[in-house]
Unconditional design. Structure first.
Length: 255
C-alpha cells in the first residue's frame, strides 16, 4: 500500500485486547514502521490493572523498547467516548488508567514519543453528557503539562466534511492548548476521491499534526485500499504533504 498510495509519513495500528501491553515495540503491530514512518499505536490493556499499577513494569519496558528517535504516538482504548456510551466501561475507570499510562510514557519515553487522546469526531458534533470532549479531557499532570500531547479524532464521510466534521475537535484542542490530529479518516458507504482530497487539504490548511487513512473494511470502505482511484488520490496527497518522519516536529509546545 505504501508503494501505490504513499509514501506515507505516518501509520495507524491497533493492538488487540489479548495483546494488552506487548513485550516490546518490535513485536507490536507498529514494529514494522521503524525506519520507514511514524507510528500512531492504540493499545488495550486491562483498565483496572493499568490504573492500580500492576502494569507499570510492562509499560515502562515497552516504552523503553521504542527505538531512539522513532516518532511514536501512544494511546490506550481509543474512542473511549463511544465505549462509555455503550457501557463497555466507565469514564472513571478509563480516566484513571489513561492518566497513569500517560505519566509512565512521559517519564520513560524520549523526546520523539508522545501521548494521544483519540476520540470520535462524532462526540464533538453531537455531544452527549458523560462522554463530551470536556469530560474526557484528562487535564494537566503534576508537572503542569497536559497528560495528552495531542488530541486526535476519528471521523468518516457519513457525518460530514471539513469544518463540520473536524472543526469541533480542532477548536477544543486549541482551547486546551494542544495540537489536533486526524487519527482515522475514511469513506463510510461510498468511496469519494473528492471527499478525500478536500479533507486532506483542510487538515493541511489547519495544521493537523497528522492524518491517518482508515484503510480497512471494518464497517467502512477502505480509504484507500481496494480502489485504484482512491489509491491514486492518496498517492497524490502523500506526494504533496509527505514529511520526513526523522525531522518531524509536533506542532505547538511540547514538554
Amino acid at each position: 500500500m505504501d508503494a501505490v498510495a504513499g509514501p506515507w509519513t505516518v501509520r495507524r495500528s491497533y493492538g488487540s485486547q489479548a495483546d494488552g501491553i506487548p513485550g516490546s515495540f518490535a513485536t507490536s503491530v507498529a514494529g514494522i514502521d521503524v525506519g520507514k514512518r511514524a507510528s500512531v499505536l492504540s493499545l488495550k490493556p486491562d483498565l483496572t490493572a493499568m490504573a492500580d499499577g500492576s502494569l507499570d513494569a510492562a509499560v515502562i519496558a515497552f516504552v523503553k523498547s521504542i527505538p531512539s528517535g522513532h516518532r511514536t504516538f501512544l494511546t490506550i482504548w481509543h474512542e473511549p467516548d463511544g465505549k462509555i456510551r455503550s457501557g463497555k466501561f466507565t469514564l472513571e475507570a478509563w480516566m484513571a488508567a489513561f492518566k497513569r499510562f500517560c505519566d509512565l510514557v512521559h517519564r520513560t519515553g524520549g523526546p520523539a514519543v508522545y501521548t494521544a487522546l483519540i476520540l470520535e469526531a462524532w462526540s464533538g458534533q453531537h455531544p452527549e453528557p458523560g462522554s463530551t470532549y470536556q469530560e474526557l479531557w484528562p487535564g494537566r499532570d503534576a508537572t503542569a503539562c497536559p497528560y495528552a500531547d495531542v488530541l486526535a479524532v476519528d471521523g468518516s464521510s457519513d457525518s460530514g466534511s471539513e469544518e463540520s466534521l473536524w472543526g469541533p475537535a480542532r477548536e477544543f484542542a486549541a482551547h486546551v492548548g494542544v495540537p489536533w490530529a486526524i487519527s482515522e479518516i475514511g469513506c463510510k458507504t461510498e468511496l469519494s476521491v473528492d471527499w478525500m482530497a478536500r479533507n486532506a487539504v483542510y487538515a493541511a490548511d489547519h495544521a493537523a499534526a497528522f492524518l491517518c487513512w482508515f484503510s480497512n473494511d471494518n464497517n467502512a470502505v477502505p480509504t484507500p485500499g481496494t480502489d485504484p482511484a482512491a489509491d491514486s488520490c492518496s498517492h497524490q496527497i502523500s506526494l504533496a504533504y509527505h514529511t520526513d518522519p526523522d525531522t518531524y516536529v509536533l506542532p505547538g509546545r511540547h514538554r
